[in-house]
Design a binder for this molecule. Structure first.
Ligand SMILES: Cc1cc2nc3c(=O)[nH]c(=O)nc-3n(C[C@H](O)[C@H](O)[C@H](O)COP(=O)(O)O)c2cc1C
Length: 208
C-alpha cells in the first residue's frame, strides 16, 4: 500500500496556547511524508442533541465527512478532572450518531495525552480508549503516549526543544503510519465510507 494516507487529528483543547495543539503540531513536523494530518476544527461542533439527528448542523456533517474520508484518526488530548475534555467527548458523540451510522467504526486510531503534571493525562487517555473500544476502532497499543511535564519542553516561541521528546513523537507517528497502513485499502479510503452499512452503535441500540 503505497499511497499517501490521510489522518484526521482531534484535539481536546480549544485554548489558543494549548500545549496539546503545540505537541500535535510538533508531531506533524516529524511525521513521515507518507501521511498527511489535518486537524478537525472542533470549535465549530455544537453540543450533540439527538433532536437534530434529522437535520444535523453543517459542522456535524463536516466532522463526519472528514472522519469518513480519512484513513485513521489521531486523538490528542489534555486531561480534565482525570477524564476526557468535553470538547473531545462531544466530537466523539457527534461522530457516533445517528445510530447505526457511526463514522468511527473500523477506523484505526491512536491516542496521545498531554499534561503539565507528571501522570501525562493517563486518565484521559484511557477514557478515550474506553470510547474507542465501544466504537469498534482498532487502537494502536504500542507505543503508548502519555506526555507529562509538557510545560517544560517548549521554548519561548512554543516550539519543542527537547530532542528526546521530538524523537519520541517521531517514533510514535511512524508507528501510527505503519498501524493505519494495515487497514488501508488500495484505492481511496480505509474500511468503508458509506454510512448506514456500519453498525458500531447497534449493540447500544439492542441493549437499551
Ligand atoms: C477543567 C480542568 C480540569 C483539569 N484537570 C486536570 C487533570 O485531571 N489532570 C491534569 O493533569 N491536568 C488537569 N488540568 C490541567 C490541564 O492539564 C492544563 O490546563 C492543560 O494545559 C490543558 O491542556 P492544553 O494546554 O492543551 O489546553 C485541568 C484543567 C482544567 C481547565
Amino acid at each position: 500500500m503505497d499511497r499517501k494516507l490521510r489522518v484526521v487529528a482531534l484535539v481536546g483543547s480549544l485554548r489558543r496556547e494549548s500545549y496539546t495543539l503545540r505537541v500535535l503540531q510538533a508531531l506533524m513536523g516529524v511525521a513521515p511524508l507518507s501521511i498527511t494530518i489535518e486537524i478537525a476544527p472542533l470549535e465549530f461542533v455544537s453540543l450533540y442533541n439527538q433532536d437534530q439527528d434529522d437535520n444535523p448542523p453543517p459542522a456535524w456533517r463536516a466532522l463526519r465527512d472528514q472522519v469518513s474520508g480519512s484513513d485513521g484518526v489521531l486523538f490528542a488530548t489534555p486531561e480534565y478532572n482525570r477524564s476526557i475534555p468535553g470538547v473531545l467527548k462531544n466530537a466523539i458523540d457527534v461522530g457516533s450518531r445517528p445510530a447505526g451510522a457511526s463514522v468511527w467504526t473500523g477506523k484505526p486510531a491512536a491516542v496521545l495525552s498531554v499534561s503539565p503534571g507528571s501522570l501525562g493525562g493517563f486518565g484521559a487517555n484511557h477514557h478515550v480508549r474506553q470510547c474507542l473500544t465501544f466504537l469498534d476502532m482498532p487502537v494502536m497499543q504500542q507505543p503508548e503516549a502519555y506526555l507529562g511535564r509538557v510545560g517544560t519542553v517548549f521554548d519561548a516561541d512554543g516550539h519543542i526543544t527537547s530532542a528526546d521528546t521530538l524523537e519520541f513523537l517521531r517514533r510514535f507517528v511512524n508507528a501510527f503510519d505503519h498501524w493505519i497502513r494495515r487497514f488501508a485499502t488500495a484505492d481511496s479510503v480505509a474500511i468503508t465510507t458509506s454510512r448506514g452499512e456500519r453498525h458500531g452503535a447497534d449493540s447500544y441500540a439492542t441493549q437499551h
